[in-house]
Design a protein around this ligand. Structure first.
Ligand SMILES: [Zn+2]
Length: 83
Protein backbone atom coordinates (compact mmCIF):
# COMPACT_ATOMS: atom_id res chain seq x y z
CA UNK A 1 0.00 0.00 0.00
CA UNK A 2 1.33 3.39 -0.86
CA UNK A 3 0.26 6.78 0.37
CA UNK A 4 0.97 10.07 -1.17
CA UNK A 5 0.70 12.77 1.42
CA UNK A 6 1.97 16.25 2.01
CA UNK A 7 1.18 19.75 3.16
CA UNK A 8 -0.52 22.55 1.41
CA UNK A 9 -1.03 26.15 2.38
CA UNK A 10 -4.12 27.85 1.06
CA UNK A 11 -4.20 31.60 1.09
CA UNK A 12 -7.38 33.58 0.73
CA UNK A 13 -7.58 37.35 0.39
CA UNK A 14 -10.12 38.79 2.83
CA UNK A 15 -10.16 42.53 2.42
CA UNK A 16 -8.17 45.73 2.17
CA UNK A 17 -7.13 47.69 5.23
CA UNK A 18 -5.29 50.91 5.93
CA UNK A 19 -2.17 50.24 7.94
CA UNK A 20 1.16 51.96 8.52
CA UNK A 21 3.92 50.17 6.63
CA UNK A 22 7.32 50.04 8.33
CA UNK A 23 9.10 49.73 4.98
CA UNK A 24 7.25 52.48 3.10
CA UNK A 25 7.23 54.52 6.36
CA UNK A 26 3.72 55.79 5.72
CA UNK A 27 0.07 54.78 5.81
CA UNK A 28 -0.62 52.37 2.94
CA UNK A 29 -3.27 49.89 1.89
CA UNK A 30 -2.65 46.31 2.95
CA UNK A 31 -4.34 43.17 1.69
CA UNK A 32 -5.51 41.06 4.60
CA UNK A 33 -5.13 37.35 3.96
CA UNK A 34 -6.03 34.17 5.71
CA UNK A 35 -3.45 31.44 5.43
CA UNK A 36 -4.51 27.91 6.26
CA UNK A 37 -2.32 24.82 6.38
CA UNK A 38 -3.77 21.52 5.30
CA UNK A 39 -2.58 17.96 5.50
CA UNK A 40 -3.14 16.46 2.05
CA UNK A 41 -3.64 12.90 0.99
CA UNK A 42 -3.29 12.22 -2.72
CA UNK A 43 -3.24 15.99 -3.23
CA UNK A 44 -6.63 16.38 -1.54
CA UNK A 45 -6.73 18.57 1.57
CA UNK A 46 -8.19 16.37 4.31
CA UNK A 47 -7.14 17.74 7.70
CA UNK A 48 -6.92 21.45 8.54
CA UNK A 49 -3.81 22.16 10.59
CA UNK A 50 -4.75 25.63 11.72
CA UNK A 51 -4.23 28.95 10.14
CA UNK A 52 -2.97 32.42 10.60
CA UNK A 53 -3.74 35.87 9.33
CA UNK A 54 -1.30 37.90 7.30
CA UNK A 55 -1.27 41.35 5.82
CA UNK A 56 0.68 42.38 2.75
CA UNK A 57 1.55 45.90 1.72
CA UNK A 58 0.12 46.68 -1.71
CA UNK A 59 3.03 48.98 -2.48
CA UNK A 60 6.19 47.10 -1.48
CA UNK A 61 4.84 43.61 -0.83
CA UNK A 62 6.01 43.50 2.79
CA UNK A 63 4.17 40.64 4.48
CA UNK A 64 3.55 40.64 8.21
CA UNK A 65 1.75 38.42 10.63
CA UNK A 66 -1.35 40.05 12.10
CA UNK A 67 -1.53 40.91 15.76
CA UNK A 68 -4.53 39.30 17.53
CA UNK A 69 -6.29 42.70 17.68
CA UNK A 70 -5.82 43.24 13.97
CA UNK A 71 -7.00 39.71 13.17
CA UNK A 72 -10.17 40.44 15.11
CA UNK A 73 -10.67 43.67 13.21
CA UNK A 74 -10.18 41.93 9.85
CA UNK A 75 -12.50 39.01 10.54
CA UNK A 76 -15.18 41.34 11.96
CA UNK A 77 -14.88 43.49 8.84
CA UNK A 78 -15.10 40.56 6.42
CA UNK A 79 -18.14 39.19 8.24
CA UNK A 80 -19.85 42.58 8.04
CA UNK A 81 -19.04 42.78 4.33
CA UNK A 82 -20.40 39.29 3.72
CA UNK A 83 -23.72 39.98 5.46
ZN1 LIG B 1 5.08 48.96 2.17
Amino acid sequence: MFFLFGMRTKTKALNQIQYPCSKCSRQTVFTAMESKRWFTLFFIPVIPLGGSHLIRCNLCGLTMKCSPELTEQITAKSMAAGA
